[in-house]
Design a binder for this molecule. Structure first.
Ligand SMILES: Nc1ncnc2c1ncn2[C@@H]1O[C@H](COP(=O)(O)OP(=O)(O)OP(=O)(O)O)[C@@H](O)[C@H]1O
Ligand code: SF4
Ligand SMILES: [Mg+2]
Length: 383
């Protein structure tokens, strides 16, 4: 079947993720950073600072796989997603998609690539224009890219609606006439309209009831199997990510602190932050729940405007030692982990180590803040 014959406009599936583990990455990030300038003003000073939302992130995503991206609120997940989709310009680093460096492409040059990299957003209420009919919302990409006549478009939109489990006869309804889960299906149909190769799902189920979450996740998995999609699946919830991801990257304060195959993250995590996130997951079996170490992280996430020196997690880490304040750990293989399992920690956890027993070996006075690169202060200027 040719692409044009495909009713929903989607191509045929490439091989499964398992077949493509050794394939060239579809996406490669090299040292990607994104800093937002912010101004704080007082009576006598005007200070320009930067929010270091994403800092020096390097990652690869292979064709057909799902990379889960997890971390607490504000750690930079959405900013990284938007850098990948080039909705934001990068501050530094590069994004390579299908072998092509797309970091510096203009809006016009990016246009053909917008068909290949799509996003599904968290809020199925806010991301759909309430005054437009669902048929035209889903058909927008065809109009924007000048594809197909009006009649063809209606058929393709209805095929897409069917594909994501919506009734095609509801083509003329408004978003308010759909439930939260159905609206997320509308967003998915729109994202799939132009046969993307990569879909970045940014908290696609966080706003939904738990029962509906499973339906949407199953739909996304089925679509991936049918069309060989590559996903980046973002969530602050590890229990959601574990069901969909082949590999998981854990983010803390703008950095990736651990990346590994999904099972390794759950069974052999090395980074204290990952272990703390895991310890917060609910466990169905009460015996396991009783035995499991519970780790309560002290303190709030530090400000990304002035991140801590050395390891950024040292202000909250139960295993922090004096060198953690000075030395910035890099992502690397630790202990006997395989090449796929990388951890950024100077004192990674052994598999049988009980982190609940660990005590930080640094004094409060040793908790340093790094000088913020690019901090500009004008004293005496106009407020
Ligand atoms: N446009 C912006 N201007 C200034 N700061 C921003 C901007 N966008 C994001 N930030 C800041 O960058 C940091 C990372 O934000 P981001 O939205 O990427 O986090 P997140 O991990 O997606 O969080 P959440 O789980 O809440 O969605 C936060 O401190 C946020 O306040
Ligand atoms: S480097 Fe030190 S502070 Fe950072 S996670 Fe490892 S032990 Fe904790
Ligand atoms: Mg976000």
């Amino acid at each position: 079947m040719s692409d044009n014959d495909n009713s929903a406009g989607l191509g045929s599936a490439p091989s499964s993720p398992k077949d493509v583990v050794s394939a060239e990455p579809l996406l490669r990030l090299d040292n990607v950073s994104k800093a937002f300038p912010v101004h704080s003003t007082s009576l006598f000073t005007r200070t320009r600072e930067f929010v270091h939302a994403v800092d020096d992130v390097s990652l690869e995503v292979r064709p057909g796989e799902t990379l889960g991206l997890v971390g607490e609120t504000g750690c930079g997940k959405s900013t990284l997603a938007r850098c990948i989709a080039r909705l934001y310009d990068l501050t530094s680093g590069s994004v390579t998609f299908d072998g092509k460096d797309i970091s510096h492409l203009s809006r016009r040059e990016m246009r053909p690539l917008r068909r290949e990299i799509q996003m599904i957003f968290q809020d199925p209420y806010g991301s759909l224009n309430p005054r437009r009919r669902v048929g035209s919302i889903i058909g927008d990409p065809f109009v924007i890219h000048g594809i197909d006549s009006r009649a063809d478009r209606k058929k393709k939109v209805q095929d897409l609606m069917e594909l994501v489990g919506l009734n095609p006869e509801h083509y003329n309804r408004f978003p308010a006439e759909f439930s939260g889960g159905q609206r997320q299906r509308i967003g998915t149909a729109r994202a799939l309209a132009l046969r993307p190769r990569m879909v970045i799902c940014d908290e696609p189920v966080s706003a939904l009831d738990v029962s509906i979450q499973a339906q949407i996740i199953n739909m996304l998995k089925d679509l991936q199997d049918d069309f060989g999609l590559t996903y980046i699946f973002i969530s602050h919830d590890l229990s959601v990510v574990r069901h969909v991801s082949d590999r998981i990257a854990v983010m803390y304060l703008g950095r990736i602190v651990e990346v590994a195959p999904s099972s390794e993250i759950f069974e052999r995590s090395r980074h204290p932050y990952t272990r703390a996130l895991l310890s917060a997951l609910p466990v169905a079996d009460p015996d396991t729940a009783d035995r499991r170490e519970r780790i309560v992280l002290v303190g709030d996430i530090p400000s990304p405007t002035n991140p801590p020196s050395g390891c950024r997690f040292h202000t909250r880490c139960p295993k922090a030692r004096p060198d953690c304040v000075q030395i910035e750990p890099v992502l690397e293989q630790v202990f006997d982990d395989g090449a796929e399992h990388l951890t950024a920690c100077l004192h990674p956890l052994a598999l049988d180590e009980d982190m609940a027993l660990a005590k930080p070996q640094i004094e409060d006075s040793e908790i340093l803040m790094a000088p913020t690169p690019g901090l500009e202060t004008n004293t005496g200027g106009t407020p």
